[in-house]
Ligand binder design. Structure first.
Ligand SMILES: [Zn+2]
Length: 269
């Protein structure tokens, strides 16, 4: 599915979003093929909707090392031969350093409103549980990797294979969290630094460290953003996406059961 009128396509299963960046003739960059089912859909989109060959995907990059953002990389690398890149911080994790993780239940209670934003799929749920045990980090603080890492991206870099896209380190949700920003179209591919709920941006209520998350919110708000392409939730477009954005300590609005549970059972502030 093409996102707004940008040279970006989105494929998803449940709340797990992967983006293919690139125009008709460009090499394609796949961002966050996080589950095998998402990779399957990305490959179908490349072949059928775009009429391209899997080998046109030259770069795969994950916004952070959480399992649901790296779980489909190995399959996509096998099919395309693409170079897989990770945020710079992951080099230390793969060297044995423990990653910081957020308290799972407490954070999930705040985040749960996002679960209802995209159509639930059991395949995604099953694969989410399975990849969590075998690749990346999140449920464990030791990062595992089942693909060849071809390099790392750091703050200020241009995203390899995607001219005009800048790498922005955005820690808070995790210490390696990274966004990709395209100033020309004011588009932010936010990974899990910012999610969306009911059409508004939400600085992720799942965080390892609130002061760090707040500093990232402050920095991201200095970027002009008209198109927000989140890791979870639907893309949002607005003249100024930040005008209605919710801080990570603000509970979700809305009358859905999940939003109500999130307000009632999540710990806020
Ligand atoms: Zn994450």
């Amino acid at each position: 599915m093409k996102v707004f009128d940008l040279p970006v396509h989105r494929v998803s299963s449940w709340i797990f979003n992967c983006y293919l960046v690139g125009d008709d003739s460009d090499p394609l960059v796949a961002v966050d093929p996080g589950l095998p089912v998402v990779t399957e859909r990305a490959l179908a989109l490349v072949r059928l909707a775009l009429g391209r060959d899997p080998s046109d995907v030259t770069t795969i990059v994950s916004t952070h090392g959480h399992s649901d953002h790296v779980g489909g990389v190995a399959d996509l690398q096998r099919s395309s031969g693409a170079t897989a890149l990770l945020p710079a911080r992951c080099e230390q994790y793969l060297g044995g350093e423990a990653a910081r993780t957020f308290p799972l239940v407490e954070s999930s209670l705040r985040f749960m409103a996002v679960w209802g934003q995209q159509r639930m799929e059991f395949t995604a749920l099953r694969q989410f549980a399975a990849t969590g045990r075998s690749v990346g980090f999140g449920s464990s603080n030791r990062m595992r990797c089942d693909f060849d890492v071809g390099g790392y991206v750091a703050d200020g870099d241009t995203l390899p294979g995607a001219p005009g896209w800048e790498v922005v380190h955005a820690p808070g949700h995790s210490d390696d969290s990274t966004c990709f920003y395209h100033p020309e179209s004011a588009t932010l591919l936010s990974g899990d630094a910012v999610v969306t709920h009911d059409g508004v941006a939400w600085f992720n209520p799942e965080y390892v460290d609130l002061p760090t998350a707040n500093a990232t919110e402050e920095r991201l708000r200095t970027l002009e953003v008209r198109h927000l392409l989140p890791g979870h939730g639907l893309p949002v477009t607005a003249p100024d996406v930040w005008a209605t954005a919710r801080p990570s300590t603000t509970p979700p609005s809305g009358r859905s059961v999940l939003a109500r549970c999130s307000r009632r059972f999540g710990r806020w502030g």
